[in-house]
Design a protein around this ligand. Structure first.
Ligand code: PLP
Length: 332
């Protein structure tokens, strides 16, 4: 198995931080001239990451989370999300291959064709689904969910929405270290911005930490697509700090790796009416990406992130670039 770049960067982690490779790295980078942006535009394409090319950025988190769950002796992973959760589906599918069960506490989101199909996939995944409708009911049900999914004396391994715990966040650290390797190899110039959707925050936080560890000056532009969680810049920086503390606790020398306050910029103007509500700008970006760049985006995350990138670029608010768009959606 190809060791993770994080173990190569911090060899002291090899024995203390288990890793399970689930996809083929590095994911490709390429120029995206077809979108006619003012800034030089590139893509790092995570959409094919995962077993059989299935999963995207969620799989990166599971590469750290699943071996940890097994090492802790957990039998069930308990996690939460919306009815169409990509994270929950990826967790269910990859955990099962490791002999772990998944229980999902689900809250409502606007239901369209895609969400209906996703629910069917979740039902078929073998995960136990708890339809709790609202965040309040989910919080009230939490003690019961813990008891319900305790086997013998072993409680479930709880993971927050999107798998964005300090450990899951390391998935995106790996993505950023990979990008830095591709910059070093001359495959692309050092980006000014790395643009990603922010759904639960782990991806943006991990990218920020990874870029810092790699010594790149690239800043993360996080396009917030979820209004059910606090996802402002201080919250994301705090998650990056908690991941840094985790690395330190596992024995890594990460002095000076904490991201600077301006390492992340968050944008909330492309959210529309809320999580999973499509917007005109995201529909336009989705169509433009399909027609001019051959990209298959979806409405909840990647189309909103690209919409923000295109609008900010058009109005000269990306400081000239180069800009890298992180394609996080893995089709199924
Ligand atoms: C396709 C896609 N892109 C981006 C994200 C956002 O990543 P994060 O939850 O780490 O903020 C998600 C989260 O599930 C996703 O499914």
């Amino acid at each position: 198995m190809r060791p993770p770049l994080l173990h190569q960067r911090c060899p002291e982690l090899a024995g203390s931080l288990p890793f399970l490779r689930l996809g083929t790295a590095p994911t490709p980078v390429r120029a995206l001239p077809g979108l006619d942006t003012r800034a030089e535009l590139w893509i790092k394409d995570e959409s094919g990451y995962g077993d059989g090319g299935w999963g995207g950025n969620k799989v990166r988190k599971l590469e750290w989370l699943l071996p940890e769950a097994r090492q802790r002796g957990a039998r069930t992973i308990l996690t939460v999300g919306g009815l169409g959760t990509n994270w929950g589906l990826a967790a269910a599918r990859y955990a099962r291959e490791q002999g772990l069960r998944v229980a999902l506490g689900l809250i409502d989101q606007p239901v369209d064709e895609h969400v209906r199909a996703q629910l069917e996939r979740l039902r078929a995944s073998g995960a136990t689904l708890h339809l709790l409708h609202t965040k309040t009911r989910l919080i009230l049900a939490a003690p019961w969910l813990f008891v319900r999914h305790t086997h013998g004396r072993t409680p479930p391994y709880y993971l927050p929405a999107g798998g964005s715990s300090p450990l899951g966040t390391l998935g995106a650290v790996e993505t950023a270290l990979e990008l830095a390797g591709q910059v070093d190899a001359g495959q692309l110039p050092e980006p000014a911005w790395l643009v990603t959707a922010v759904g639960s925050g782990g991806t943006a936080a991990g990218l920020t930490l990874g870029l810092r560890l790699a010594g790149l000056r690239t800043r993360v532009l996080g396009v917030v697509v979820n209004d059910t969680l606090p996802l402002d810049t201080p919250t994301l920086l705090s998650l990056a700090r908690r991941s840094t503390a985790l690395l330190r606790a596992r024995g890594a020398d990460v002095s000076g790796a904490e991201p600077a306050p301006d390492a992340i910029r968050t944008e909330t103007a492309w959210l529309g009416d809320g999580y999973a509500h499509p917007t005109r700008a995201s529909d336009r970006a989705l169509a433009r990406a399909a027609a001019h760049a051959g990209l298959a985006l979806e409405r909840t995350y990647t189309a909103k992130a690209l919409a923000a990138l295109l609008d900010l670029d058009e109005t000269g608010r990306l400081d000239g670039g180069p800009v890298v768009f992180l394609h996080t959606h893995g089709p199924r």
